[in-house]
Design a binder for this molecule. Structure first.
Ligand SMILES: [Ca+2]
Length: 177
């Protein structure tokens, strides 16, 4: 991601359709309100009071509301988050691991700061209160409002142990964020 101002992007899993995206600009990060949602991992670098965003840039695990719509709301729909420095103009690397057996998600984000050793930011073993569906759509969404920035996804690879259904591992490599 470049050092532009707002708003961020998300890695989204949903069961609505291959072209499903939020129609709200800016704060929705392109996913807020998508029906039949499963989970969104948001990389959010703009504080939006209506969604109770924390005051700092963050990575958060967001689940749908009670009607199944993916939600940016943090007070009711965030399972966990961590403060992040991903908006640095460098290529950073992220790994997201979902373990079906324990219904847990972990996120490992390697931040490549100039002139510094890589910084590892993470949240581990965050409990998901439902089983992931056995099929769905994965993709990236993003949005801007009046302020702009550029996010580039260089590579994304997914590894899944679909034979046992005990674990699904997703590796998202080399995200320029
Ligand atoms: Ca925001």
């Amino acid at each position: 991601m470049d050092k532009g101002i707002a708003d961020g992007f998300a890695f989204v899993i949903q069961n609505h359709g291959p072209k499903s995206i939020s129609r709200e600009p800016g704060s929705s990060l392109g996913y807020n309100g998508i029906p039949h949602g499963v989970v969104a991992i948001e990389f959010d670098n703009w504080k939006n009071t209506p969604y109770n965003d924390p005051v700092y840039d963050h990575v958060s695990i967001q689940i749908p509301d009670t009607n199944g719509f993916l939600s940016c709301e943090h007070s009711t729909n965030s399972l966990g988050l961590f403060k992040s420095n991903f908006k640095n103009g460098n290529i950073n690397n992220c790994k997201i691991v979902y373990n079906r057996k324990d219904s847990e998600i972990s996120i490992f984000l390697t931040i490549n700061n100039d002139n510094d050793l890589p910084l590892i930011e993470k949240i581990e073993n965050c409990k998901i209160p439902f089983d992931f569906p056995l099929c769905g759509y994965m993709g990236f969404t993003g949005s801007c409002g009046d302020l702009f920035q550029t996010t580039t996804i260089y590579t994304c690879s997914i590894k899944a142990k679909v034979d046992t259904l005990e674990g699904i591992q997703m590796d998202l490599d080399s995200l320029e964020i």
